[in-house]
Ligand binder design. Structure first.
Ligand SMILES: N[C@@H](CCC(=O)N[C@@H](CS)C(=O)NCC(=O)O)C(=O)O
Length: 220
């Protein structure tokens, strides 16, 4: 199958966009990226985005939405797979990808928490979610061991938040999850994960966190 013309409609900070970028980079797929301002959505974007969300993938004249769908499509139109072949293992990877989206909700709760009490609640929620992952991780290497999979990309974008949170304070979220800690370090070295954001990502994220006017903002 020849690769169609691909354009990823993106936002500088969006972790779901990063999932798609990581897949594009892992699979070495030529594409264009267009960044939009979600606080001032262009009309052309509103007209093609059914949920008003990024990422969107324009495929020639067609439009795909939802990061999971986009990643699966990109994975399928190119050789080799970023999923295990075994149906049960593949389904498990998809479950943990979904869990990753749920963690992103907890992360949003963490940086938006208005006071110390709700902040602590969200910190504990995150700690407990990583304890769940600890029990599903392989003993060494990537999620499934030796091979990088879509699920690894998802968690690479999650850990990127903690790279910035760590510059504010050590919140101890990974204190009881040694395998997750090692996995996080390994993912930091993966070129597709490093290159899934622009060079000024950290600056933008810090400004975004300051603007929350949340408990975390007061610690910055
Ligand atoms: N389930 C969606 C979630 C995408 C999503 O939440 N994108 C956010 C940015 S990270 C968005 O576009 N929000 C719309 C807005 O802020 O108005 C996916 O996996 O693609």
């Amino acid at each position: 199958m020849s690769t169609p013309k691909l354009e990823l409609v993106s936002h500088l900070l969006c972790p779901y966009v990063q999932r798609a970028v990581i897949t594009l980079l892992e699979k070495d797929i030529p594409h264009e990226r267009t960044y939009i301002d979600l606080s001032n959505k262009p009309d052309w974007f509103r007209q093609i985005s059914p949920l008003g969300k990024v990422p969107l993938l324009k495929v020639d004249e067609e439009v795909l939405f939802e990061s999971a769908v986009i990643c699966e499509y990109l994975n399928e139109i190119t050789p080799s797979s970023l999923h295990p072949a075994d149906p049960l293992q593949k389904a498990k990877h998809r479950s943990w990808i979904e869990f990753g989206s749920n963690i992103l909700n907890s992360i949003a709760g963490f940086y938006n928490a208005p006071d110390q009490e709700s902040f602590e609640q969200k910190r504990n929620e995150l700690t407990n979610k990583f304890i769940w992952i600890e029990s599903s991780l392989s003993d060494r290497g990537y999620f499934a061991g030796g091979t990088f999979s879509l699920v690894d990309g998802v968690y690479g974008t999650i850990f990127r938040y903690f790279d910035i949170f760590d510059t504010i304070k050590d919140f101890g979220v990974f204190d009881n999850t040694p395998k997750v800690k090692e996995w996080r370090q390994l993912l930091q070295t993966r070129p597709s994960i490093q290159r899934a954001v622009t060079e000024d990502y950290a600056e933008h994220l810090l400004i975004f966190l300051q603007q929350r006017k949340s408990y975390l903002s007061t610690l910055i």
